[in-house]
Design a protein around this ligand. Sequence first.
Ligand code: SF4
Ligand code: SF4
Length: 381
Amino acid sequence: MKVTHKKFNGGYRFKKFEGQPLTKVVDFLPSSKVETATEDITNNDDIMEFLKSFNLTIKKGINEALTDEDVHIQKESIGKIIISMTQVEPYDFPIDIFFEKDYANDFIQGIKILKDKLPNVQIHLVLCGDKLKKHETVISEIMNIDGVQVSTVVNKYPINKKELLIPTLLDMKYPIGYPSANIGVIMMEPYRIIQLYRYYKEKKPTTHYMVALAGLAWKDNLVLNLPLGTPIKEITNEYLNENIQVRLISNSLMTGLTLSMEDKIDKDTSLLIALPEGVKGGHGIDTGLHGTVRACISCGQCQNVCPVGLIPHLLHKHVEQGLVNESLANLRIFDCIECNLCNYGCPSKIDLVGSIKKGKEQLEEMEISHKDYQLKDIKEV
Ligand code: SF4
Ligand code: SF4
């Protein structure tokens, strides 16, 4: 097997915490009637109809000021598709599912359909190196599809973020703050490939999604196959441990949004993390409420882990001291991809990312724009 391997500086290799989702998929039927459960995919043979359900947009004139005139990406503007199967977060969706017997064939066939419908597009399947040997047979078959490149990346967070993955993998500059479609690259989750196959095979719009339950607050760390629009409350009623207070987070422990019980499963939810609130986590992960903020001890940890080579403690000090001007932009504050790794690693619990976001906002208010820094040398499609 010939596979290219890509590395980047900084980042952090998380140990795998207890509460990882298993590869066991069960059907979940909500008791209440689920509304708006169907994605709006018209039933024709145009792959763009399927891809449009991702809300892929491209800005009209990337070098112009942003307007409301964002348009769906055109077929001829797609140069590369990345199917990202990296597993670098403290909790991840169990991608092994896609290599197992119930899904592997649909996955391979889905990639073939994608390549057939978009013959000029280069497809990149990306995963962490340890998965290569484990799934050698399926991966070899995928590598035999013309125009498909399999690459491995070092399994350090945040290589799963498009702002880092695209430059690392494709050697392209990424316009942070813009959709990747603006440089002709689109990202697809592996489950979307399976949905694509079923869309063409069964001519049915997508109504169900897989959502993995991660964290120690669940009774079982299963993967649920459920209709879009399922109320989260129905899932927690059935699967959450009783009598504990929890925090629910969507998709990523590092950058995910906190969910409320009133929210519903949408098509962007693939991981539902439930953490015991305010309890020190042992081998799992807690919500980090213990300990207090202390002064910076200049340990350099935030700088060591930053995947884009920033000096977070310096940016924080500038903002804290009100030194928000061109020099802050020249320290590359607009290159921050807000991965939250510096916050995670700081022994003094300083909210470095909060300061960085504040600094960026204040610069924009002073009309020192991220566009002036992010769009230099960008090749528009
Ligand atoms: S949040 Fe920004 S500054 Fe902090 S590690 Fe990530 S990229 Fe670097
Ligand atoms: S990790 Fe925290 S304590 Fe260490 S240099 Fe950065 S801000 Fe200071």
